[in-house]
Structure formats: C-alpha cells, structure tokens
Write a protein that binds this ligand. Structure first.
Ligand code: PGA
Length: 262
C-alpha cells in the first residue's frame, strides 16, 4: 500500500481555546508532509466547527469520536450523521474500547453506525481489540474475528474501500495500558489482513489497518515497520503538538525513503 494513515483521538480533552494553537501548528506541519500521508485529527464534538474553519485549506482530515446511526429523532444527547455531514467531517471513529466499556456499545450497534456512516459518505474508522482476559486465554484471534465480522456485516464490496480499521488491544490503551510486543501485533494484524482478504478479496487486502495503544515517541517506528500496519492511531502521545510533530516528521522521512522519494 502506497499510503499511510496517522491520526489522533483527543478523547474528552481540549477546549476550543486549547485546540486553536494546536491546530494552527498542525496545519503548518502538514504542509511539509508527503501527500501520501493521510493525517487526521479526531477532537471533541464541540470543537469540530472551529477546527474545520482552520483546516479548510489544508489536507488535514477531520473526524468525530462517535455518532448515532439515525438521521434525527428523540435521542437526547446524541449526534447524528447528518449533523456531522453538515460540518464537513471526513471520518468517524466507531467502537472505541472506552465507548464499549463505559457506554455498553456492542458490535451490532457499531455495525449500524458503520452502515449509516457509509451512506453519508463519512469514512468509518472501526476500532477493535481484545481484552487482557481474552489474551490470557489465547482467545485474541477469536475475539478479533467476531468483532470484525459483526462490525462489517452487510457492508458491500463496493463500499469497503471507504472503511478503515484500527486494531487497538484494550490492555494496551491509556495510562494503565502496557506497551505491546511488535511480534504479537504482527501476528494479529496478519490475521486481520487475511480475514479481510477472505471477506472481500483483494479489495479487503487494501483496507488500511492502523495500530493503536500506547504508541509513543519511542515505539511508533517499530509498529510502523510491521509489514501490514498501514498507519497509527495515537492518543496521549499526540496531544502535545511538539510530540506529534516529532512523530510526524520521522514518519514523513521514513515514508519518503521507503518510496525512494529522497
Ligand atoms: P493511547 O490511546 O495512545 O493514549 O494509549 C490510544 C487510543 O485510545 O486510541
């Protein structure tokens, strides 16, 4: 695959005031990046409109952290795909483990959201990952397969090239997360690639697979160098713009040298 995806989920962090200088700087950084690096940022809902204004002339992609599957209705506190479409967002993160853990989201709901996002021409970034318990019981692959197949149910082949998958082991995410071994990640990423090939043929093989979970300045390159990893999904280590700049510059150099552009 001749392009990579790199982005950050801010979770419930950063006010509009805090977002503006970060995004202004990110816009400057993005001008130096190869056009084959798809850079995205997924801030809180309330900052989306302000951020969209700032990045309008740039190639930074904007995402939301969740959405309801219905266009509108009596669902207090929810955000609909038509609202996100109106803002002009490019992608939506669906099924993050924190949504599953704290808000009881399940694969069947994520599937409804995936199908709805595709109808609205918003790219679903589907998050899947096994728990520590599943890992301990050698059930990681089974769990990943169940999540992947349910989340992608009824997604037709002609729309599959709009989908992104983030593999994020739950035990590797956040402050309490551990750094995953790249050999373990490689094995599961390859498993997912093969499953996608079984489901969608060569189009399935082209679905970008991102890795996320305690990615930081010291380890991002080892994950990026895993053959079937097509990008990185970063939390804490991208919330300080200088740290994210460090990672992006190194990835840019790595990517350009890989494609012999330097
Ligand atoms: P982290 O978060 O990089 O802070 O571990 C990753 C994620 O939740 O996607």
């Amino acid at each position: 695959m001749n392009e990579i995806w790199v982005g950050t989920n801010w979770k419930m962090n950063k006010t509009i005031t805090e977002s503006v200088p970060y995004i202004n700087k990110l816009k400057e950084i993005s001008k130096q990046l190869s056009s084959n690096i798809n850079l995205f940022v997924i801030p809180s809902y309330v900052t989306l409109t302000s951020i969209k204004e700032i990045i309008r002339e740039s190639n930074i992609l904007l995402g939301a952290q969740n959405m309801h599957w219905k266009k509108e209705g009596p669902y207090t506190g929810e955000i609909s795909p038509s609202m996100l479409e109106d803002i002009g967002i490019n992608l939506v993160e669906l099924g993050h483990s924190e949504r599953r853990q704290y808000y009881n989201e399940n694969d069947a709901e994520v599937n409804k959201k995936v199908l709805s996002a595709l109808n609205y021409k918003i790219k679903p970034l589907i998050c899947i990952g096994e728990s520590q318990e599943e890992k301990n019981h050698n059930m990681s692959k089974k769990s990943l397969e169940r999540q992947l197949k349910t989340c992608l149910k009824n997604v037709p082949k002609k729309q599959i090239n709009e989908v992104l998958i983030a593999y994020e082991p739950i035990w590797a995410i956040g402050n309490k997360g551990s750094i995953a071994d790249s050999s373990y990640i490689k094995e599961n990423i390859n498993y997912l690639k093969n499953l996608l090939f079984d489901l969608y043929g060569t189009k399935g093989r082209d679905i970008p697979l991102l890795y996320g979970g305690s990615v930081n300045k010291d380890n991002f390159m080892k994950y990026m160098q895993i053959t079937n990893v097509n990008g990185l999904f970063i939390g804490r280590s991208a919330w300080n713009i200088n740290d994210f700049e460090f990672i992006l510059n190194k990835l840019n150099y790595y990517f350009l040298s890989r494609t012999n552009d330097v």
